[in-house]
Design a protein around this ligand. Structure first.
Ligand code: ASP
Length: 348
């Protein structure tokens, strides 16, 4: 009788024990992490081929640390990422994070624009629960694919209580980065993700998470951006600066009715003289122009070599051009006043 009771207790308590694992929702969007190719040794493959279940089946170890459920949000190479997926992700994350039975969210993503999606979510999701993006540089069918370990690590990070309240995180190659600061720096190397101005926030090794730094820019619950009713984002494009730059590029964007332009200027965000002339005119017409830099690191400083007061321009601080574009899109949902937008660039 005693043995029978014990057995009943064990059977009844097993699911309860499993329930105690943190519940992590995986939102899949495609990318190389879900890519498959003919050759296991080449760089040719198709991104976003494998469904979420196949990705999770490759990391059975993850089920020991978290209760996992998956949703396929998109199946694209992230070179095809667009506003509607960003808005869908932000809305879905906000719904999931509001649920008491969800402890963290992992987004599988192509690496090409992983940092951009991460920064968009950093500014628009309203939660202190961990939100972690992850990708891979080698497809799932490649020798030494990095996807399974990256995914396992991302789940470890999302399931860890100390990951909450740090903004949106990007977990790649054993490092944990702030989505604000991270960028892809190499076309093919597995160590491609770096935060050139700040370094990583922490690392994940042997299933253990360690943080060394904290991002102090406002994010997630502290931002003024609410995309719950937003269907599309303002049109903002990026121009790349170079010696003898063609100023008609500015005219082409104006003709295309952009609300804002980010210029990846040379050095400290400097502009070619004839481009500067055009910029001076269009800022007077209400188009917001942000000066970022093509250098890949460092701050663009206000009223330095370039006279922002005279040009009516805004500086990107240390945001790279693609991140500056995202902040400008969100800023333009609220205001067209360059002074207010400048303040946002010093806040987020
Ligand atoms: N082009 C791929 C993508 O961004 C590259 C990758 O995921 O590593 O989806």
């Amino acid at each position: 009788m005693k043995r029978m009771l014990l057995l009943l207790f064990v059977i009844a308590s097993a699911p309860a024990w499993a329930q105690q694992l943190p519940h992590i929702v995986i939102l899949a969007t495609g990318g190389t992490i879900a890519g498959a190719g003919e050759s296991s040794v080449g760089t040719a493959y198709t991104a976003g081929k494998l469904p979420i279940d196949a990705l999770l089946n490759a990391v059975p170890e993850a089920r020991k640390i978290a209760r996992l459920t998956g949703e396929q949000v998109a199946s694209v190479g992230s070179q095809a990422m667009h506003d509607s997926v960003w808005l869908k992700l932000a809305k879905r994350i906000n719904e999931l994070a509001a649920r008491p039975d969800v402890n963290g969210i992992v987004i599988t993503h192509g690496t090409d624009t992983e940092g951009e999606t991460g920064y968009f979510l950093e500014l628009t999701v309203k939660t202190n629960k961990p939100v972690v993006l992850v990708g891979a540089m080698r497809s799932a069918t490649a020798i030494s694919a990095d996807g399974p370990l990256n995914l396992y690590n991302a789940i470890v990070v999302a399931a860890n209580k100390t990951s909450g309240g740090r903004g949106v995180l990007v977990c790649m190659n054993d490092n944990i980065f702030s989505a604000r600061d991270v960028t892809k720096t190499n076309t093919t190397n597995v160590a491609t993700f770096q935060s050139p101005n700040t370094g990583p926030l922490g690392s994940v090794l042997d299933g253990k998470v360690e943080y060394y730094h904290k991002s102090i820019r406002k994010h997630t619950t502290e931002t003024e951006f609410d995309v719950s009713g937003v269907q599309s984002l303002p049109k903002v494009d990026i121009l790349y600066g170079y010696a003898n730059m063609n100023p008609t590029l500015v005219d082409a964007l104006v003709k295309d009715k952009v609300q804002g332009i980010v210029i990846a200027g040379v050095g400290n965000g400097n502009l070619y003289p004839t481009v500067e002339e055009r910029v001076k005119q269009i800022t007077r017409d209400g188009i917001v122009v942000v000066r970022s830099s093509r250098t890949g690191s460092g701050r663009v400083t206000l009223d330095a070599e370039t006279d922002d007061k005279a040009l009516g321009t805004v500086v990107a601080d240390d945001l790279n051009p693609q991140k500056a574009r995202i902040l400008l899109q969100l800023a333009l949902l609220k205001t067209r006043d360059p002074r207010k937008i400048q303040e946002m660039f010093f806040t987020y």
